[in-house]
Design a protein around this ligand. Structure first.
Ligand code: NDP
Length: 598
């Protein structure tokens, strides 16, 4: 029997907690990592290797060596386009999984649908939620299997990407002195890869050791990404700033390793049960029949975002919440089921219920009542990245671990010796910044380069009043360029790789068509782009993510008003399942309607 709750009281509590956290400086509160802070960006994992400068020409250059580049590269190879060069700022493939090697890092979305090309590579994920080293190895497996290493440029940052009209190709300049050309380019630079620091006064004055979670310093902490204990911390006092999805995963390891461990919390994460388990190879053999991964991905998307199925293959926290919402809506009287207000209210009920369960679990695990109380998240589950973990809460029962709750205000000051919260200085040997990544800053600040299309038009200018594209892939005035990201496509946030897999296949088929037909130019027509954007804007655009009523965070622009341009950051009106069906049909028809090949 579901626990009763007081809707009105919860709404008031949520509002009060949100209001406490709102800050006028929004995104400007964070410190960009540059100049005196530049050392926080150094790669602790792979040494930079000397190599010859590239001045040649390739058929396809892809910027970004994460899932987007790997999957698109693999699909191009399958289509017979083998001359693919991936350019990556890290020292290997992996993208986010190259950088994020903090202890306990693992995927939150089930491996079976999150790790791409499992069927093609024959890899069986070892766990329902694979740990980061396995995902990184999988990225390397894709790179090896599709021979993407041969032409790849690592530790290389694109500095300029410019369309050369006369020769119908792109010119690419990098920070390593490369200056080469490509007939086609792909851009998959990812949304969360530029680490940021909190804008806390005195941050530069700290005399102890410090690093960001995405550049984990195992030299200092001991242990390794595979989970060996952080043995060098046993006589150390450490403060971790942040309690987001990253912190939730590394906190149990730090709690076990440090002599004294302070967790500095501004907003608690909602942390639901994860229930990880090893994959049973006998079971895997029964399900791994031809086409299995595509079926699993589609099934998850249907469960999560709608599309009609009673079967839930993945069975996780994402599909659980969606099922609860659907059953609440189904329980409405028939005449109320199409009423957006009633449907929203049903969604809220499902969410209140879920969040009550998440809060109750804290009381059942955390011994200290005060700590348990402070770990409770007072907002809707989709206001921030939902977290799932089986050891996080128990970490607060470790004798050396102390939650330093900042009551929504953040760390007050950093001194030579440590962190100050509520007027109390906590002296530490090391500060670890689990403070996330830039979102909502200028496009060029995040990509590190400008994309200059036809007639010198820059992508930043072209999109300054909002993104314009067809399918989120092709952009007028940027011929032969393909974007791999979810917006203006399916926009499926709960499993980003599904978007990538579909885009990669779509792009590879367009490129093959162009090469088969000796087309030198591939470009969306103005009309097709306008029609696509109009179709998207004409939808209801109901999003459960990014509400201004939510506690501030990167989902809702830190609680500050969204610019008009953000209204273009939408997906296909009929939802992800319908989009994936549509795009498959579109590309398989073979005429690529709306795209001009010449
Ligand atoms: P987040 O941006 O989610 O979290 C940053 C944390 O730093 C927040 O708790 C934030 O508090 C806190 N913070 C910022 N400034 C201050 C301050 N001045 N004082 C105290 N605390 C402060 O970054 P993460 O690296 O945790 O996660 C980023 C994203 O990466 C996730 O949202 C998720 O999409 C992805 N991710 C996915 C994982 C997976 O799938 N397994 C694992 C890890 C990350 P506040 O909330 O108040 O802003």
């Amino acid at each position: 029997m579901a626990k009763a709750f007081d809707r009105g009281a919860l709404k008031e509590k949520y509002k009060a907690e949100r209001d406490k956290r709102i800050r006028a400086d929004g995104n400007a509160q964070y410190t960009r990592i540059e100049d005196q802070f530049a050392h926080y960006l150094q790669d602790p994992y792979v040494a930079v290797k000397e190599r010859e400068v590239k001045k040649d020409h390739v058929t396809f250059a892809f910027i970004g060596g994460g899932y987007a580049g790997l999957v698109t590269g693999a699909r191009l190879v399958e289509q017979g386009v083998t001359d693919v060069r991936i350019i990556e700022k890290g020292g290997d493939f992996g993208g986010t999984w190259y950088w994020n090697r903090y202890p306990g890092a693992m995927c939150d979305t089930a491996s079976m649908i999150y790790m791409p090309l499992l069927e093609e590579t024959g890899h069986m994920p070892s766990e329902k939620y694979a740990h980061a080293p396995e995902i990184l190895t999988h990225c390397q497996r894709i790179g090896n299997q599709y021979k993407l290493y041969e032409n790849a440029l690592f530790h290389t940052q694109v500095k300029e990407l410019k369309w050369d009209e006369e020769n119908s190709h792109w010119q690419i300049k990098t920070n390593r002195g490369d200056d080469f050309t490509a007939q086609f380019v792909g851009l998959g630079t990812g949304p969360l890869h530029v680490p940021k620091l909190p804008g806390v006064a005195g941050i530069e004055s700290f005399k102890g050791h410090s690093f960001h979670t995405s550049r984990w310093d195992y030299e200092y902490t001991g242990g390794n990404a595979e989970g060996a204990p952080l043995d060098k911390l046993k006589n150390k006092r450490v403060a971790l700033i942040g309690t987001g999805a990253t912190a939730v995963q590394c906190i149990p390891h730090l709690a076990a390793g440090c002599e004294t461990f302070y967790v500095c919390q501004r907003t608690p994460s909602s942390v639901d049960i994860r229930d990880n388990k090893a994959t049973d190879p006998d079971w895997f053999e029964t399900i791994a029949t031809p086409g299995w991964q595509q079926r699993w991905m589609e099934n998850f998307t249907m469960n999560q975002a709608g599309g009609g199925t009673d079967e839930d293959l993945v069975q996780d926290g994402w599909t659980d919440l969606s099922k609860r919402i659907r059953s609440k809506i189904a329980a409405l009287p028939k005449e109320e089921r199409g009423d957006p207000m009633k449907m929203f209210s049903a969604y809220e009920d499902a969410d209140f219920q879920k969040m009550e369960e998440i809060r109750d679990r804290i009381d059942s695990v955390v011994d200290d009542k005060e700590t348990a109380h402070k770990l409770k998240a007072w907002y809707g589950q989709l206001c921030k990245r939902p977290c799932f973990h089986d050891e996080y809460l128990d970490a607060f029962n470790q004798p050396g671990t102390q939650l330093i709750d900042t009551d929504g205000q953040g760390v007050e000051r950093i001194t030579e010796k440590g962190v100050v919260v509520g007027g109390v200085e906590y002296e530490v040997d090391c500060i670890i910044y689990g403070t996330g990544f830039e979102v909502g800053t200028e496009l060029v600040a995040r990509t590190g380069f400008e994309t200059i299309g036809r007639d010198g038009i820059t992508l930043s200018d072209y999109w300054k009043d909002g993104m314009r594209s067809k399918h989120g892939i092709n952009v007028k005035n940027f011929p032969n360029a393909f974007f791999v990201q979810p917006t203006q496509g399916a926009n499926l946030i709960s499993n980003v790789p599904h978007n990538i897999v579909e885009s990669g296949q779509t792009i590879a088929m367009m490129v093959k068509h162009a090469l088969d037909n000796k087309s030198t130019l591939v470009e969306v027509s103005q009309q097709a782009q306008e029609d696509w954007v109009a179709l998207l804007l004409g939808g209801m655009n109901v999003s459960l993510i990014g509400s201004p009523d939510c506690t501030p965070g990167y989902y809702n622009n830190e609680g500050q008003p969204m610019s008009d341009a953000t209204k273009y950051n939408v997906g296909y009106p009929s939802g992800p399942t319908a989009y994936f069906r549509y795009i498959k049909e579109w590309r398989e028809k073979g005429d690529f309607a709306g795209i001009e090949f010449s």
